[in-house]
Design a binder for this molecule. Sequence first.
Ligand code: GLY
Length: 402
Amino acid sequence: MKLSNLYMPLLATIMLASCGPTQQQKEQTCCDLQKTIDFASKQIGRQVQIIEESGKILNPRTVYNGKIEYIPKDDWTSGFFPGTMWYMYDLTHDKKWIDYGIKYTEDLDSIKYLKWHHDVGFMIYCSYGNAYRITQNPAYKDVIVEAARSLSTRFRPVPGVIQSWDEDRGWQGTRGWMCPVIIDNMMNLELMFEATRFSGDSTFRNIAISHANATLENHFRDDYSTYHVIDYDKVKGGVRHKQTAQGYADESAWARGQAWALYGFTVCYRETKDPRYLAQTDSIYHYLFTHKNMPEDLVPYWDFDAPDIPYEPRDASAAAVIASALYELSTYGRPEYKKTADKIIASLCSCRYLAILGTNGNFLLMHSVGSIPHDSEIDVPLNYADYYFLEALTRKINLEQS
Ligand code: GLY
C-alpha cells in the first residue's frame, strides 16, 4: 500500500470535520463555480484516464463494493457518461472533451435500435443530443430519428402512452402489469420532439404530447405529488393500478420521480408552450418546496414519505435534476426559481455532497440512491447525478452570462 493511501481516511476525516455546520451554512449561500469546474475537470479526467488506460471503451455508472461499476450499452444509464463529456466541454471549452464525447457517444450507435425498454430517450438524447448540439454533425440527427422510431414501437394508442417496461419486467409484485408507465418516461419525450424537428415527421411529437397529456391526467395526486408507476389497460384504456417500484410505498412520493416530473413537464412546456404544462411545474414546485420533509439544504431524502426521516438517505441525483429544471423554468417568467436552484447547487457544491479528488470512484457527487426497495445503490455516486449536476452548472453559467 502506498503511503498516500494510508493517509486517505485521515485526510477524509479532516476534510469532513472542516465541513462543520458553520462552514457548511456558509457554503450553502454560494458556490465557487470556477473551483467546482476545476475539480470536475480533474475528477472526471481521472475517470477517463482509467478507461483510456484499459484500452477499452467503458461506461461507468456507480461504485459497488469499492469498485467502479461499468455497464453494458443497453443499461438505461449508458447515455450519461458520454453526456458528461459534452457538458465538460461546455464548462471548460477544452477540446479534449469533444474527442472523448465523440468516442463515447458513437459507441452507443446500436442503441438507436433498442426496443425492449423505454429509456432510449435518456440514452440517445443525453449522448447524441448533446453531440449534435455541439458538433452539428448531421449523422447524429439520423441516430436521433432512428431512436425515436424505436421508442415509437412502444406507443400504445388506446391509453395513448409509451409503455415503459415490458409486462414481465420483474418489479410488478403480485398484481401483474399490462402496460406499466413510470413517471421517468417523461424524460424520453425530449428525443421525440427533436426527432420531429429533424425529420419533419410529426408522429414523434404527437406521441410525446399524447403521453404527456395522459401523464397529466393520471399520474398525479391532488397535492401534485406523482405516483411512480401507472399500469394502463392497453385494450380497453383506463388505469388498472397506481403504485410504486422504487419508492417507499404506493402512496408515497419517491424523490427522483418528483424530479423527473418537474423536468419532463418543463421540456413539454418549452416544446409546446401549452400553459397546462407550465402550471403543472408550478404545482410540483409548490409541492416540493413547501413539503415539511424537504431539508433545509434542499437535497431531498430519497422519498418524501420515508419512515425514518431525518435518518433516511438523501438523493443528490434528485436534487441535481430539480436544479437543472429550475434554471430553465426561471426563464419562463419565474426568476425566483433561479434562487432556489442556486441554493440547491450551493449545497451540492459543499463538501457534504461533492467528493474529495480521487475518491468516490472519481464521480463528482456523493449520496445518491438507486432503488432502496431493491436494496440497490444506496448512498452511492451515480452517473446521472453527475450529468444533471453539470447540466445545471452549465445552465446557471449561461443564465448569469446572458
Ligand atoms: N429511471 C430509473 C431511475 O430513476 O432510477
